[in-house]
Design a protein around this ligand. Structure first.
Ligand code: GRF
Length: 210
């Protein structure tokens, strides 16, 4: 069953693009109901529009976290998405926001982070991993809680630091992995949604009088 997604992104949007590409190529059974950016000039907005995705700017500048989140909740809640997908969304959420969407004891917000969590949390994970000269780094996809870059891990994958690497080639290797992993994890959730739905239908059918 098609997964209903709302994407939140603040910048370039290469992960959002990977997700939209996977949908377009039928590798991901999902629809993006809305892409929201907190930055009016984020390149991700134009990219999403090229895929025919509805976009909305909900600017965060000058607003308290709570006020900004109230606007987000108003925009997202009526769409009833299965998941809110953070794709380079450079803001932390309050417990109120997270709990608004984590209903029925299910996590509903997903983030991608460019390190092997719990190592290198924060906004500069590629730089921090590079500076630490780790022989191997990685990518984490995790559910979101109010604590930064915490929450249960959905999937992780590693990539090596090669002797000839520059910071740029190291980061590019990681980013390529991000673009593979995010759509795959979301497709796994789409499969799970379908199987929950099928089981429900079978149970319902079994209860119907003949
Ligand atoms: C990615 O490296 C992602 O892991 C991190 O922010 C970056 C966003 O890049 N959270 P993009 O906007 O998806 O290109």
């Amino acid at each position: 069953m098609t997964l209903r997604l709302v994407i939140l992104a603040s910048g370039r949007g290469s992960n959002a693009k990977a997700i939209l590409n996977a949908i377009q190529h039928h590798e991901l059974d999902a629809e993006v109901c809305l892409l929201i950016s907190n930055k009016p000039d984020a390149p991700v907005l134009e990219m999403a529009q090229e895929y025919g995705v509805k976009t909305q700017v909900i600017a965060s500048k000058g607003l308290s976290r709570e006020t900004h989140e109230d606007f987000l909740i108003k925009a997202i809640q009526p769409l009833n998405p299965d998941y809110i997908v953070l794709a380079g969304y450079m803001r932390l959420f309050t417990a109120k926001f997270v709990n608004t969407f984590n209903t029925n004891r299910q996590y509903r917000i997903i983030n991608i982070h460019p390190s092997l969590l719990p190592c290198f949390k924060g906004a500069h994970a590629y730089h921090d991993a590079w500076d630490a000269c780790v022989p191997e780094s990685g990518i984490s996809i995790h559910y979101v809680t109010e604590a930064m870059d915490e929450g249960p891990i959905l999937s992780q994958n590693t990539f090596p630091r090669m002797p000839f690497d520059t910071f740029q080639s190291f980061q590019e290797r990681g980013l390529a992995l991000e673009h593979q992993l995010y759509p795959k994890v979301l497709q796994q959730l789409a499969i799970e949604k379908s199987s929950i739905n099928n089981n429900f239908q079978q149970e319902t059918t079994a209860c119907l009088p003949v």
